[in-house]
Ligand binder design. Structure first.
Ligand code: HEC
Ligand code: HEC
Length: 210
């Protein structure tokens, strides 16, 4: 009799635990509902990416620009880049239109001051492994000591900026993923102009080398 009661109680407790366990089951998600492909991982048939539309408008004919994504973000390219890419040492058409001497006459913005500064210190590596930066021997290249920073005004495009499309990309229209990012511009005209000019660009950096 005692044994039966214990068994009965045991069963009751077990089913109670199972009941609780079931009612707390985690929701499940199908493969199709996850990600952008909208299909399971074993089927490629329905996986067709959203079409992208790059601008077909030649420079200087549209005059339209895109709002900057955030304060001092590199602006997106609003015009067609057909025939301009890839940029090579012998073919950089971006420079021929966006250099400060030419740009205003074409209605284009010149590349800004920041692109004519060399932020890289003169660096040499001796045979014995010693590293010299801006004439000072340093122990460790990953250090943030001022010897590792340099601001040299060049009055011409810095080679570090030669490959424009490393930072500036053509903008494509398409709604693969909606964008809910709200930029908080610190400058009144921040959505169409860079504020990195004059002294603001080198503010707080005291390694200025003319
Ligand atoms: C034939 C001259 C020309 C060439 C070549 C050219 N651009 Fe432009 N670019 C313009 C003009 C003019 C504008 C102003 C908008 C317009 O009229 O299309 C402009 C606008 C831009 C803008 C937008 C600036 C802003 O305020 O939003 C960027 C970025 C840009 N170009 C980058 C490039 C890059 C990178 C290349 C090379 C792949 C390039 N451009 C080649 C003339 C040119
Ligand atoms: C290493 C990244 C980088 C490269 C390479 C680069 N840019 Fe920029 N560019 C930026 C950023 C960031 C800004 C906005 C902040 C600033 O003014 O420096 C900018 C701004 C600009 C602007 C807008 C200036 C203004 O007054 O608002 C133009 C035009 C431009 N770049 C053209 C070019 C061209 C042409 C090249 C190639 C010769 C180039 N950039 C290469 C990062 C880059």
């Amino acid at each position: 009799m005692k044994l039966v009661t214990k068994l009965g109680l045991g069963l009751a407790v077990t089913s109670f635990i199972v009941f609780i366990g079931c009612s707390k089951a985690q929701p499940t998600y199908s493969e199709e509902s996850l990600g952008l492909r909208k299909d399971n991982l074993y089927n490629e048939d329905k996986v067709v990416p959203e079409e992208t539309h790059y601008s077909k408008v030649a420079p200087s004919t549209g005059g339209k620009t895109f709002k900057r994504a955030f304060q001092d973000a590199p602006p997106m390219i609003p015009h067609d880049v057909e025939g301009m890419l890839p940029i090579t040492i012998n073919n950089n058409q971006c420079v021929s239109c966006h250099s400060p001497e030419v740009a205003p006459s074409l209605g284009a913005l010149p590349y800004p001051n920041s692109h004519m500064i060399n932020f890289r210190p003169d660096t040499s590596l001796a045979k014995d492994g010693k590293i010299t930066k801006n004439g000072k021997e340093i122990d460790n290249t990953s250090s943030e000591k001022l010897a590792n920073v340099s601001i040299k005004h060049l009055n011409k495009l810095s080679s570090a900026r030669f490959n424009c499309t490393q930072c500036h990309a053509p903008q494509s229209k398409g709604e693969l993923v909606g964008n809910t990012f709200q930029p908080d511009f610190t400058d009144k005209e921040g959505n169409k102009k860079s504020s990195w000019s004059g002294s603001k660009l080198t503010e707080g950096l005291n390694t200025l080398m003319e």
